[in-house]
Structure formats: C-alpha cells, structure tokens
Design a protein around this ligand. Sequence first.
Ligand SMILES: Nc1ncnc2c1ncn2[C@@H]1O[C@H](COP(=O)(O)OP(=O)(O)O)[C@@H](O)[C@H]1O
Ligand SMILES: [Mg+2]
Length: 735
Amino acid sequence: MKKAAMAIPNRQLKQERERRCWSQLEVADQIGTTSLNVSRWERGITFPTPHFRQELCALFGKSAGELGLLQDVIVESHVLLSSANSVPHSKDTVSPPSQTPRIVEERRLVTILVADVTESTTLGETLDPEDIRALIDRYYTHARRIIANHGGTLEKFIGDAVMAVFGLPRALGEDAERAIAAALALREAVTTDPLLGKHLLLYMGVNTGEVVANSDPTGGNFLVTGDVVNLASRLQQVASPGEIVVSERTATAAGNAFLFGDQRLIEVKGKRQPLPVLPLSQARPIRIIDRPPLIGRLQDVLQLDLLRMRTLEERRPHLLSIVAPAGIGKTRLFEEFLAHLDPEEGFQVAVARCVPYGQTLTYWPLRGLLTGLLGEEIGKTQIVDAFVRGGQAPEDAARLADFVLTTLGIEQEEVADSESIFAAWRLLIETLARQAPRIVVFEDLHWASESLLDMVEHLLHARVQAALLMFVLSRPELLDRRPTWGGGQQNFTTLMLQPLTEAQTRELVKHVATGLDQALRERVVERSGGNPFFALELVRGIGERGMDEKSATTSILPDTVHAAVLARLDLLTSKERAVAQAASVVGRVFRVTTLQAVLEDLATTEIDRALDGLMTRHLVVQASGEAFTFQHALIRDVAYGTLSRSERVRMHCRIAIWLEGTAAERLDEFTELIAYHYQEAVRLSQQSAVPLELPIDLARVIYSLERAGLLVSRSGALAMLCSRAIPPLTAIAKQ
Ligand SMILES: Nc1ncnc2c1ncn2[C@@H]1O[C@H](COP(=O)(O)OP(=O)(O)O)[C@@H](O)[C@H]1O
Ligand SMILES: [Mg+2]
C-alpha cells in the first residue's frame, strides 16, 4: 500500500509467527521453503501442501485449523480462480499436483492490472490497526472474487497492491477488455461497499504487453516479470484516487469497448521518452464491432460463385459489374467471395483500385493491377518475360512491354496511339489468363478517368479461351457516364446490389449494438435505409459519444450520415483532427511521410500518435507498411469538407511541391499526381469571389500541368481527357 502505512491482512498463521517474533524468512528456513511462500500462505493466496502443512503444525505446535490454513473463504476464492480459467494448481495448494499444467517458460501477450489502496483521511479520524486489517481483508475478498469472475489470475501482492494477470495461463480473448472491466468492477465494489467506500481510496493501473511467464519450481504460482509489470505498477502510482490509468497499448486493445480521457505524458524510469497514458472514462454504451458478420447477400454470393464455376468450366471470360451507391456493400460482397475461393482452383487475383482524385489520374490504378498480375517488382523485364512465355517473339514482346509501361508513365516512349496501348494490355491479361485462372477487378470504377474507362471497355472484350473472370465495382454514376456500359458484350452480367431489407438491417444493428435500447435501434434501422455503412456509422456515433440513451435519442441521430461522420470527427483531439484533414487532402490512401510534409507544426511522433488514435476510432486503417487509408471513402470526403478553401489550397500546393522534391527520380510516375494537386489548388483559388493568392510560383504550376498534359498525350488520351472530363489544364492555370 502506498502513502499511509497499513498492516497487512491477518491470518492466524501470521499471528502465531509474530507472537514468536519470527520473520517470514525464519519460518521459511525452518520448514525448508521460501519466504515468498510463507507470505502467500499468510495472505491466503496459496495454501501449503500437506507436507508443509504438517511442518507448520509441528513448528507452531498447533493444528491446521488453529493456524487458519483451511479458512472457507480462501478455499472458495481459490476454487473460483481455478475453475474460471484453469489456473495451474501450485504444489502447495490443497489440489492434487497431478493436475498442474506446467508452464515452463513462454512469451505471452498479457494485460496486467495493479490495484492499490490507501486509507482515506477525509474523515479526519485514524482507524485502529485491527480495523484497517479487517478492511484490507475485505478488499482482498472483493479483489479475488472480481478478478476470478473476469477470467484473470491473481498473481501476487506487491506490498498491499493486488496484481492480476489476464491472458495467462490461457488467453480467453479480449484480455485487455476483461482487465479494464475488472478494474471498473473493483472500483464499483469498493465505492459501494458500506465499510470500504468511506475508508479506502483505490488507485489502479492497467498495461498490456509481452511477458515471459514461467512456473515457480519452489511451489508458488507462475511468475510474471519484466517491463510490462513494472509499467503497470508505474501507471498505478500516477493514478489519482479512484482513477484507472491505462497504457496506450491497452487503450488501443480495449478501444472497442471503453472510452478514455485525454492522453497525458508520464516519466518512466529507464525510458528516455515520456510515455503517453490515458485515464479510463467509462465503458462504451455499446461495444463497437469491427466487422459484423455478413448479413443477407446469400443469393448475391451464390451468383458470384456460379460465375466462377462457369468461367472455370467453360474457359471463357466473364464479366460482372456490381453496381450500387456508396456503402451498400460492394466491396464487402466481393471480399466474401474472395474469402471463399478454393485455393485448389488456383485463381490469381489482381485489383485496380480507382481513387477519388478527380479524373486526372489517367492510368494510375493500372499500377496496382500490374503488381497483382506480375508481382511486386514491375519493370520491363517482367513484362517482356510474360509476353515471351505467352509465345511472342522477343522483339514483339519488347514493343508490347513498352506500350504497357507507357500507361504507367515509366517508359519514355514517343507518343503512342491509345488503340495500341489498349491492345497491348488486353494481350497481356489474355496471355496471363492462359497460364492460370485469373480474377481481374476494377474497384470504384466510377472514379476512373475517361481514358481508363475506354481502356477497361476494351479489356472487357477479351476473346481468349481461358478462365478469366473480370469484376467491375462501381457506383451508379458510372452508368450516367456510360449509359451503354457493357452493351452488346457476351457473358456480361450486371448485379444491381440492393439495400439490405429492413429485417436484415435490424439483424445487422442488433449484432453491432447489443447494448442499445430497442427504440434507438429501430431509429438506426429506419434512418439507414438498408445501407450497412450508414447503419454502422450511426451506431458508431452513438457508441463514441458515450451519452446516455435519452440524450442520444434527441441529439445523436442526425438526419444524414454526413452529420454522423462529422460528429465522430468532432470528438477527435486537435492533432488527430489535423492529421485526418491533411490526410484527406492527400487522398484516400496516404503515407506518414506525405503527412509530415504538410503538417510542419507536428513532430513525427505526434503524427504517429494521432494516427494510432484515428485507428482506434476506426476512421483509418493501415493499408500496408507505411500506407494508411480511410476506413471508407465517405469519411475522407467529410474530413475534406471540414477544411476551409484556403487551407485546401495551401495543402494541395504543399503536397505538390513535396512530391516534386521527393519523386525527382520517378517524376514521370508522379507527374499526374503532382498536376492533380496543382490543379485542385488553382481551381479552388479561383472559386472565391476574391481569388485566393496561390502560395506558389505560377510558372511552376503551368510547367507541371503542361508536363502532365504531354504525358497523357503520349497515350493519345489527352484529347479525350480535355474534351470530356476536365477543362484544359493550362487554361485554368493561365487564367
Ligand atoms: N451484408 C453485409 N453484412 C454486414 N456488413 C456489411 C454488409 N455489407 C456491407 N457491410 C459493411 O458495411 C460497410 C460498407 O460496406 P462496403 O462494402 O465498404 O460498401 P461499398 O463498397 O458499397 O461502398 C463495411 O464496413 C462493410 O463491412
Ligand atoms: Mg467499396
């Protein structure tokens, strides 16, 4: 116990020992065990084995009953502990040693709870030491019961502090959540206990991390030591009375179920950097479920499966367009389909993802497609090889590879006509499909440039005798742009994905919002109109607010999902918000390095921390390595919408300048991206009644835009681009 000096709980064994003025070590020496064991027996954490029981009885000249070694409450709590999670019975317990599943030495991810008490001095009265003992005893009884009920293991007492481990000897899942729930329950038990609430103050720390656990051969329970334990203890020390302080890792692990207050930094011995910690505020009104099970869509999945079977059997290309508004579940349906592919069939999947950059990034998505087809390393050699393997003469293969590379802005080929480029791409896909069954996907095709759309239409006419299954996932806008989409093609299917039915939406909401009041659930069902993304966002909004259901009914369910997303962004810390906003300017996928370039005021560690926060709140997910992406494009759109026009202009310019600097060696590859950011800056600055000053050299912008125009013209697509999609780039810049 810290602060006030208080006696440890009394057991008869302890009284007998003290009567003889023996230390725990002296007793231990006389019967041949460790002082740690004696301490445990006195505290009722473990029991002496029959052998040690006999030794103790002989030493003190008393019976086991007189020494208090069979006290009912202890037996009961111990049994609870063992049955809750098969705690290994140590050699010195009453349980038969044969049941001991020995832990030799293992690395485990665990969550540690440390809870300590002090005597409250608010009443201005000092308690009698005997009363204090009785109180602490009572506190331990609560702690044992609660920890066991939450599947934790009472590992040891540090002074008077309780240390419990969750995740050992077996991880029960959600260990961090269970540890925090136990901490909350303990706080509740102590504050509501008529005796304890008045006299004891509780301080708690919770930490998650890897420990090395090993069994104690001298007969104790298993031992857990190391940094993770020390930090948990440190967290408990910095807690104020009644506070539960958790480490960042714990907060992340338990973020779906609990809400935390503002982060603060603490000094930790042996660590150069101060560590961020968070106080627990409360359990979320409803637990957030990352990914609900798939609801409905049985026929849709079957339809996809049927096509897969036909493609394999008939060895003919098939095309399926999945069309539906944002959030209806196009991506999810496709993911379910992929998840159930039988590896034996050998399908290889390549995805071209279009991005919401506007339509200037002509062929950017093809880069992803090529990686999916040929592997991470893409260069001329790999493409030539693929064509040669498909039976092309080396010189033809080289020429075709150049056409393919032109679309990626890699090859400095002179202007090539789009027909040749399209043909080369189609040949590449057909060639590869002949070698192995292929699934080629164009995701979010509504964002594609006109030239890419032309190209995809061309690819869809594949005539090869091979198992080639092509998917297009798109919002209905695509059909506005290309009313005859897929018209006149063989083996073409369109799946207009429908909203979930009311019953299905209800089921979905029930899954993700178990704790939510029935009436509120019904409102979510009603407001979301069968759109799963909307339903999930509305539920998340309620979950994050942590408000009582009454106020939630009146103010939390906004009319639009836009407002629901906005409400979630409003809950972010200022740094998290700044990072989300900057990321929204970069695009749906962004990297830390780009964010650093835009957010000059924030240190890298601050950006990292903010990203962690955004991930905890399920606004952002890690895509791969350094790359992150918004959980849904709509979240990106809403974040972008919160920025003032001048801020957007400033950030687009910063990103463009930064890209020019860093991408110097692969400028061709990034030219369109750079041009896009400049173009947005110019366009936005012109939108104001008083045009905004551009924080860049206009000549530089014009150069960049012209360069992009040139690059695009190489593929013969400039004319199409200018006539259909965007106003002439240079014209805007020169205005
Ligand atoms: N049938 C479904 N059952 C459960 N969750 C779904 C279902 N359809 C979509 N979702 C969830 O809704 C969200 C939006 O779906 P998504 O596939 O991204 O929509 P889209 O691609 O049409 O914009 C995702 O979190 C997804 O997991
Ligand atoms: Mg999608």
